[in-house]
Design a protein around this ligand. Structure first.
Ligand SMILES: [Zn+2]
Length: 334
């Protein structure tokens, strides 16, 4: 079975981290933005992953180039097109509004551009995109309040949740509880990062203090058997990103990745790229790894159906996609 032949759902991808060098090169020229290199070939080499500090340099370069509503729209469409090539039928993309607000970019251009991208992506690629902006754990929580309010305002345009990103040690999860309560009151899901570079207690806090509907990463829940049971019982899905975990050195080697343990514990797990352009990966590569350790493509897809936060209609639609490809659950494989 080729990695391209079965339908996939991706729920953990940062759209800024998915901008390929060719796109960044094009956007920089369009916007008159400076790049540290002169040619596309040099930019491709600049993207090569070296270490986490360099990753931050590439990330900062990218977010400083993306500027206009049309850029935001293009970033969504480009990644949807890439996903379509790997069989993606639905994706929830992340963007980080705080960085753009800090540069004085108006939230209207930001949210209109990104959500226009949802529409264009569907028309041009057939991939359904929904968006979940990230709050930065490294900023004062109050500075992120506009992210929550803008996200609520754009709910009917395809913003379906808010996340929490940045280094987990930067600030206690409790600092963000009130913002997430507001987001949930406004009809948005809670999809924070947790349990990546901090252990199981951070997953526990994401569930208890932020009302997490799904956890980005979260694999360090395996350190706590009671927590595993709770995640399983409450159908809280973990969005696992194997190559990202290797790049950020939270796992020493891919063959030491806890994915097989998570699956053996009966947890619902999706497979994702996180920042594919910057971590030197793509969704086909991540699925090839997952299958090499015994993950079943249909089970990954069903975890995506369970984990998506766009609502029951999306769930029904995606379930039907799964049935048309694999047949009824428990039935003969098609
Ligand atoms: Zn992430």
């Amino acid at each position: 079975m080729s990695e391209r032949t079965y339908p996939k759902i991706e729920l953990h991808v940062h759209l800024e981290g998915a901008v390929r060098p060719a796109t960044l090169f094009e956007l920089a020229h369009r916007n008159g933005a400076a790049l540290p290199v002169d040619t596309l070939h040099e930019l491709e080499r600049f993207y090569d992953f070296r270490d986490f500090d360099h990753f931050i340099d590439v990330w900062t370069l990218t977010t400083n180039v993306i500027t206009t509503a049309d850029d935001f729209r293009q970033v969504v469409v480009d990644y949807a097109r890439e996903g379509a090539g790997f069989g993606v039928v639905y994706l929830e993309g992340i963007f980080s509004p705080g960085q753009y607000y800090a540069r004085g970019i108006e939230s209207r251009a930001l949210f209109e551009g990104y959500t226009d991208g949802i529409q264009d992506a569907y028309e041009q690629t057939g991939v359904i995109v929904r968006l979940t902006p990230d709050i930065d754990r490294e900023s004062e929580p109050e500075l992120s309040r506009p992210i929550v309010e803008d996200s609520i305002r754009f709910r009917d345009r395809g913003i379906v949740g808010v996340g929490l990103g940045g280094r987990e040690r930067a600030a206690p999860t409790s600092d963000f509880a009130e913002l997430f309560a507001r987001a949930r009151d406004g009809g948005l899901a809670s999809v924070p990062h947790a349990g990546e570079d901090v252990g199981a207690p951070s997953v526990r806090e994401a569930v208890d203090l932020l009302g997490a509907d799904r956890i980005r990463h979260g694999f360090r829940a395996i350190e706590d058997l009671d927590l595993i049971a709770e995640l399983r019982d409450r159908s809280i899905v973990l969005d696992v990103c194997p190559t990202s975990n290797l790049r950020t050195r939270v796992v020493p080697r891919l063959d030491a990745h806890p994915l097989p343990t998570l699956l053996a514990q009966g947890l619902q797990v999706t497979i994702n790229t996180d920042d594919p352009a910057m971590f030197g990966t793509d969704l086909g590569t991540e699925h090839a790894f997952a299958r090499s350790v015994g993950a079943d493509p249909r089970r990954l897809f069903d975890a995506g159906v369970a984990g998506q936060v766009a609502g029951p209609e999306m769930s029904a639609h995606l379930r039907a996609v799964g049935v048309s490809h694999w047949g009824e659950p428990g039935g003969a494989l098609s």
